[in-house]
Design a protein around this ligand. Structure first.
Ligand SMILES: Nc1ncnc2c1ncn2[C@@H]1O[C@H](COP(=O)(O)OP(=O)(O)O)[C@@H](O)[C@H]1O
Ligand SMILES: [Mg+2]
Length: 342
């Protein structure tokens, strides 16, 4: 069933993205590290969950959203690694090994015993770190480089704030360096195009015993775009309501969710960043027109470098994308959340 709002775990509930699925499966079998990137609601966590559920070895899942502070991060990481070890084939010998491990200094805050066992026993398994960019401040990149060089674990990392994730991987200017040059497979999830959106809606509606007309499909795509998370919400409402009311419900839901995400942006920046986003949502999408809009609408005069900083940050947070030479919203429903601020 496609139109259920929770993360998908079973392959039969999971639409499309077969190529991305097979890349991750291959890395899970014989690779080392993979990164899954893409804007919110494109389906990253679901893709990872499906691969994770099918993975038969020891495994653990760490969600960056659930981490409160640096200490909590290292405690949680250690707990997850212990969980993984306890489900591995060395479980029986673990007590014995733990007493043999020499305690020595390590620059990581993961317990030295856990670290040594992972390294010396070459334990295989899968660790998923979702929304990993949120953990970069705590030194995740250094730990990942250490794990890459010394462990036999497969590690998948994923994140919605693509620019921040790339900095953590050492792939962009001014980014971190520990992971630079390591072979990390990349899976970039993109929203569905119109053709795929159409199939998703038709198949999903058939599963819930509803029909959807061609004009309704068009209207959904024009209003919601191809992010599978919003399309799934539409389908979920469609079980109970007609087309127009379902669309309205998706907009209401989006405004609630997006407003919360924009509040988080405000915590990290200031209102002028939202103003730039607002200008782009109104269709002012290149330098000159954004600057003029800000001056007229908000009496806000930004220098070129100040505007560039704001555009770069909005790209880092995957709120906007640069397409050719213009900026566009990464998600058309961001406008719904912006309405609450202006
Ligand atoms: N391939 C898919 N097939 C069906 N539904 C999906 C698929 N990917 C995501 N979804 C739905 O969309 C919602 C958002 O997806 P999620 O995996 O949370 O995206 P992300 O992690 O990129 O923010 C999920 O709750 C799920 O119900
Ligand atoms: Mg997610």
């Amino acid at each position: 069933m496609y139109f259920t709002p929770h993360l998908k775990e079973n392959l039969e509930d999971f639409f499309n993205y077969k190529k991305e699925f097979s890349v991750l499966n291959r890395v899970a079998k014989e690779g080392k590290m993979a990164v899954v990137k893409g804007p919110r609601r494109v389906g990253k966590s679901s893709l990872l969950k499906v691969v994770y559920s099918l993975y038969e070895g020891p495994k653990a899942w760490l969600d960056g959203f659930s981490v409160r502070n640096e200490k909590h991060f290292w405690d949680l990481l250690e707990l997850k690694l212990r969980e993984l070890l306890l489900s591995s084939s060395i479980k029986q010998r673990l007590k014995d090994i733990l007493s043999r491990v020499e305690i020595q200094g390590t620059s990581f805050k993961v317990n030295v015993q856990v670290d040594s066992i992972l390294e010396s026993e070459k334990v295989e398994g899968l660790l998923v770190i979702d929304e990993a960019q949120l953990l970069s401040y705590y030194g995740l990149a250094r730990w990942l480089a250490h794990a890459y060089d010394h462990y036999s674990l497969r590690i998948f990392i994923s994140g919605s704030q693509v620019g921040l994730l790339e900095k953590m991987l050492g792939r962009s200017k001014g980014g971190e360096t520990p992971l630079k040059g390591r072979l990390i497979e990349e899976v970039a999830l993109k929203p569905l195009d119109f053709t795929k959106t159409r199939i998703y809606l038709i198949e999903g509606c058939a599963q819930i015993g509803k029909n959807i007309s061609e004009s309704e499909i068009k209207e959904v795509y024009e209003n919601v775009g191809g992010l599978i998370g919003w399309l799934t919400y539409y389908g979920y409402y469609r079980k109970f309501y007609d087309h127009s009311y379902s669309l309205q419900k998706v907009r209401e839901k989006a405004s609630e969710i997006v407003a919360e995400e924009l509040e988080n942006l405000l915590l990290a920046t200031d209102r002028s960043y939202l103003a730039v986003l607002y200008a782009i949502s109104k269709g002012f999408n290149h330098w000159g027109s954004i600057k003029r809009f800000l001056e007229i609408e908000f009496s806000l005069a930004l220098s070129d470098s100040a505007l560039k900083r704001r555009l770069d940050k909005l790209c880092d947070f995957s709120l906007i994308e640069k397409k050719e030479r213009v900026y566009v919203l990464a998600d058309p429903l961001l406008s719904e959340g912006l309405k609450l601020f202006f």
